[in-house]
Design a protein around this ligand. Structure first.
Ligand SMILES: Nc1nc2c(ncn2[C@@H]2O[C@H](COP(=O)(O)OP(=O)(O)O)[C@@H](O)[C@H]2O)c(=O)[nH]1
Ligand SMILES: [Mg+2]
Length: 190
């Protein structure tokens, strides 16, 4: 069976929950449901590798976190995840102010590079707190950033985690098809 490697790069402010998210998804299906304790991955153990399979191919999905801020620019990713913290407005602002521009200025292939916005710490969303981000607002920002998809989840409670991971893997595998993984009609919200 053909094996294909897909490189996925996680970007986003410090403390938005990138390591916790990766640790949770690397813990297997029980961890994906959010009902078993997780062991935090160490930044030095990168990349974090996951294998998924369909009928024709095995995909080796390599997740790279930005814990080495100087090194990530040397990567040639197939998919970028820009992460923010749903309870921290500055992290949403920085996606547009910093991270999407970093993608375009760093990667020459950025015209064809699919980007997913990932809202983390969904369990901390509070309707009464103006610092907390409503999904519609995040979706609007994602559209303005011209990314391909918007997903959100909580790595602590496990809510929507499985769906978010499936969307990411699905897009990751489509990067290796002729048509690529960019969304034709603009940003898709799942
Ligand atoms: N409530 C809640 N806290 C989280 C979640 N994900 C991460 N955290 C906490 O947020 C802090 C930063 O997380 P970390 O994964 O280290 O962020 P990173 O710097 O982006 O890698 C830690 O104290 C985590 O325990 C989440 O989904 N919900
Ligand atoms: Mg980290």
């Amino acid at each position: 069976m053909e094996e294909v490697t897909v490189k996925v790069l996680l970007l986003g402010d410090e403390k938005v929950g990138k390591t916790t998210f990766l640790s949770r998804i690397s813990g297997g299906s029980g961890a994906l449901e959010g009902n078993v304790p997780i062991t935090l991955l160490r930044d030095i153990d990168q990349p974090f590798v996951f294998e998924i399979r369909n009928r024709r191919r095995t995909y080796r999905i390599e997740f790279y976190d930005t814990s080495c801020p100087d090194n990530w620019r040397l990567l040639d990713p197939d998919l970028v995840l820009i992460c923010y913290d749903i309870s921290q407005r500055p992290s949403l602002i920085n996606m547009r102010r910093v991270w999407i521009n970093e993608v375009h200025s760093t990667f020459q292939t950025s015209d064809h590079l699919p980007v997913i916005v990932v809202g983390l710490k969904r369990d901390l969303r509070s309707e009464s707190d103006p610092g907390s981000i409503h999904p519609q607002e995040a979706y609007k920002v994602s559209q303005e950033m011209r990314v391909d998809k918007y997903v959100e989840c909580s790595a602590v409670t496990g809510e929507l985690l499985k769906l978010a991971f499936e969307e990411i893997c699905n897009t990751a595998s489509r990067t290796k098809t002729v048509t690529g993984a960019q969304s034709e009609g603009g940003c898709v919200m799942s």
